[in-house]
Design a protein. Structure first.
Length: 364
């Protein structure tokens, strides 16, 4: 019966009928007593009494009681349904745009329609949230199209430009020809990276990427990864170091996906931390989780950029480094992969170091 408004209304209506009858009887009793006093002291009332006395008193009293009962019943029902009318007015205002979608109806807990008002507020809140999310999705889609178009157009323009020079034989010798081909190849590789990152990010967003879960040693994986990056790091004038007191930390997850996570973070450290000359990867255990930090010692990330660092297509100020120019999706992909492994990722940055901190559940 708690949420059965129809049953409550029936019960309340019957109760109001009973209350109206009691109030009518009490009022009639008071009026009769006051009327007898008026008859004894006011001549016009005595004449009216003589006229009424010609009729059956029970009929007169009964009619008076019915009239009073209906009067009191109307008053009681009005107090009940007036609130319903206010609710309807508010809903109509929300529907025609007079009120915002998040406008709240006053909830009267002691009124039968109080739960209905609360439910309508909840419904309006959910509709408002859905509308906001739809607008965000539309804005995100537009930004995605804009950013993709911009990022694809730049290297594509270079590729077409240099291939056009080659096609028109506008080169002096074979050395210049090979130079044009090399530039076109590099720009094509950048296009390939952009397209692959976009494809991966889209799959992560729509949760269509199935994880190939295996058990593997995180320490061994990170050690092998740093070995693979030794030459690129040396070419960038940097060194790497793995710091941990563990020889084995077992993780259950998709090793290939997690390799991509740490590859992106190491490349990010190379792009933005060359001045520090070093990339340090640390691993430690905290309870049932492995905590991995990828640290570089270059210029810090501005505080205003940190809250947005994992957003797609967000790039930190280009003035921080001359080697920047990624797709803007790398860290968004990293976050998506980590979260699919029930982990977390965060970043801290100051004048001494920038550290990306990842936690992943381990196999006990």
């Amino acid at each position: 019966m708690k949420d059965n408004i129809a049953l409550k209304l029936v019960f309340r209506s019957l109760l109001n009928i009973a209350i109206s009858a009691v109030l009518a009887a009490f009022s009639l009793y008071i009026l009769l007593g006051f009327g007898m006093w008026l008859i004894d002291n006011v001549r016009p009332m005595r004449v009216l009494y003589q006229f009424i006395d010609r009729f059956d008193r029970r009929l007169v009293y009964g009619a008076a009681g019915i009239v009073m009962s209906v009067f009191y019943y109307i008053i009681l029902q009005w107090s009940l349904f007036h609130y319903l009318g206010q609710m309807n007015k508010t809903v109509r205002g929300i529907a025609d745009g007079t009120y915002d979608m998040d406008y709240k109806i006053e909830v009267r807990k002691r009124n039968i329609f109080g739960p209905m008002a609360a439910n309508m507020n909840s419904l309006a809140g959910r509709l408002h949230h859905a509308l906001v999310e739809e607008r965000k999705a539309e804005q995100t889609k537009n930004e995605l199209i804009t950013n993709v178009s911009h990022d694809l157009r730049t290297p594509l323009t270079s590729v077409l430009g240099y291939l056009g020079l080659i096609e028109q034989d506008r080169y002096r010798d074979e050395v210049e020809l090979r130079h044009y081909v090399q530039i076109a190849y590099e720009k094509s590789m950048r296009l390939n990276v952009l397209i692959n990152d976009l494809f991966e990010y889209t799959r992560m967003r729509h949760d269509t990427t199935a994880l190939k879960v295996t058990n593997f040693n995180l320490i061994e994986m990170l050690g092998q990864l740093l070995v693979q990056f030794r030459l690129p790091l040396e070419e960038a004038g940097m060194q790497s170091k793995l710091v941990t007191d563990k020889t084995s930390v077992m993780i259950k997850g998709d090793a290939a996906k997690l390799v991509r996570v740490f590859e992106n973070l190491i490349v990010n450290a190379m792009n933005y931390g060359r001045d520090g000359k070093q990339v340090v990867v640390t691993v430690q255990l905290e309870g049932s989780a492995a905590v991995i930090e990828v640290i570089n010692f270059g210029e810090p990330i501005p505080m205003m950029d940190i809250p947005h660092i994992f957003e797609r297509f967000y790039r930190v100020d280009k003035s921080r480094t001359q080697w920047s120019g990624g797709s803007g999706l790398g860290l968004a992909i990293v976050k998506g992969i980590v979260e699919k492994h029930e982990g977390t990722i965060s970043v801290t940055s100051d004048s001494e170091q920038t550290a990306f901190r990842i936690t992943l559940p381990i196999i006990n």
